[in-house]
Structure formats: C-alpha cells, structure tokens
Design a protein around this ligand. Sequence first.
Ligand SMILES: O=C(CO)COP(=O)(O)O
Length: 317
Amino acid sequence: MIIGLTGGIASGKSTVSNILKELGACIIDADRIAHKILKKGQPGWRGVVGYFGTDIIDDKGEIDRKKLGKLVFNKPEERKKLEKITHPIIISQIKDEIVSLKNKCNLIILDAPLLFEANLDRLVDRVWVVYVDRDIQLRRLQERDGLSREEAILRIETQMPLKEKARLADIVIDNNGSIKKLKKQVIKHWRELKMKRIALIAHDEKKDDIIEFARKHYDLLKKCKLIATGTTGKMIIDKVGLEVERMLSGPLGGDQMIGSRVAQEKLDGVIFLRDPLTAQPHEPDITALLRVCDVHNVPLATNLATADLILHKLLEE
Ligand SMILES: O=C(CO)COP(=O)(O)O
C-alpha cells in the first residue's frame, strides 16, 4: 500500500514524515527527488537551464535556486513552465523508487508537498493530510522562516488551500496542538495501517460456526480491523466481544458494501461462511462478492478449514 503524505507550508508535514521514519516506514521524499533532478547534468537541470538560460547557474555550474525562485515567484506562467519541465521527470523517478521499494516494503509513504497539485495522488492508495488552522500556520511560518506577516500570507496563498486538501484526504492529521499530540495521532494511524483488515460474514445456518471461529481466534482477531455484514457483526460484538464495523445485513446490500471495500483494495481477507444447501434471496450479491475477491486477488475463505488457514497466514506476515 502506498500512502501519500502532504500538507501546506509550515503545517508540520516534515515532522510527521520524521515520526514515520522513526517508526520504520519506507519513505519516498519527493522534495529530495525534486532537488536531485536539478543537479548539474541531471535531466531537470538541462530542461530548466535550456528554458530559463545560463544566468541562473553559479560558477560551479549548479542551478542557483534563489535566482530561479525569483524568476518564478509571483509569475504563474513561468512557474507553470517550470513545473511542466520538472514534474514529468520527478513523477517518473518516483515511479522508479516505488518499483524498487515494493519488494521490501508492504507500506510506502510518498512524502510530497505538491501531492495534489502535481497529480501524484494518482500514484497512491490513500492520502494523509497534515492540517493546521490558518492563523497557526501563519504564525509558525513567520517564526520558522523569519518572514513578515504579508510575506507569509503571500507564500500560503500561492498554494492550494489546506482546507481543500483536508477535504480530499482519507486521513487528516490535526497539528494545531503539541508535538506530543501529533505523535500520538501518527502512531495510532500507523498502527491501524499495519493491522490486517478482515471481513467476517456468515449465512444463518453458519452463524454458530462463525461465533465459534471468532471465539477460538479471539486473540488473533483482536489484532485485526474487522468488518462484517449486519447480523453477523452484531452477534460477534454481543457474543464474542470483538470490535466490528457493521455494514447492512447481507440481503439488504451488506455483501455489496463489503465487495466495494474489496474493489477499493481496503480488505486483506474475506471469511464468508456460506450455506451451500439453502437458496438465498440475494444470490446475485453473493456471487458478485466472490467474483470481486477473485478480480482483486483477495484471499477468500468459504468454509472453516480455509478460514483457519487464511487467518493464520495473514497474521504470520
Ligand atoms: O446474508 C449474508 C451474507 O450473504 C449475511 O448477512 P447477515 O450477517 O446480515 O446475516
């Protein structure tokens, strides 16, 4: 899974990225790549010097970022031109890093200030936005970069509004409080991300079996994020005491709701104790759920023996 991590200027994205690094996350830093491609001899260097001219290079042949900054600051057309040259190169290098990291990391964080602006959100499965209220952002930016209020406002206003980014996020990390509060949220989201997400479903004739299964594997299931169709979920909560997110009951669309999670690749496994001897009114929904698991290569158990195997294998990883 790839998480896109973004925020606004001085919203605390780098702090979150560092916390994630300490937690052992594999991180791709888009800023580092953006700097690297502008080094002398790199493809970005050639494109940028080709367009903006040799006046922007210093005596060592490197691009003087301050000079380049002045040429594009407050000049939307020139900024667009710069982005048109650099973004495709940055995106292609990010894709290369994703490919090489995918072998060793289950979870990859793409740390990118311009995740939305550069359409990098297309490369990720989820988006985390580090959010602060505007007055706090302003104060922190002024303090951090020694800017006047007006200068800080100008910088903030060149970016996509942070509120808009938060609206598009799957997870919003609130950085209006202390660093301790920030760390607590990041650790919580990181732990949740590492939890296996499993759906539990059982037809009426199999309800006793699923309860028995949940009791037997209580300790393992407690480490997972569970979802279930309505009645199955209620029984697991009441009789076993596990935390379960309940969908609608199967005949009312619950199987389809779980199928939608599978299609969005938000589930690691489906345990569906089907009753093969009784006709169900919502047979098309059941078939659709089984099919979508195959489409997305999601482990699916339809009997107790396979359920045991899948659960142990998933938690072994
Ligand atoms: O019908 C089901 C699956 O097809 C299960 O639904 P309930 O858990 O609501 O009984």
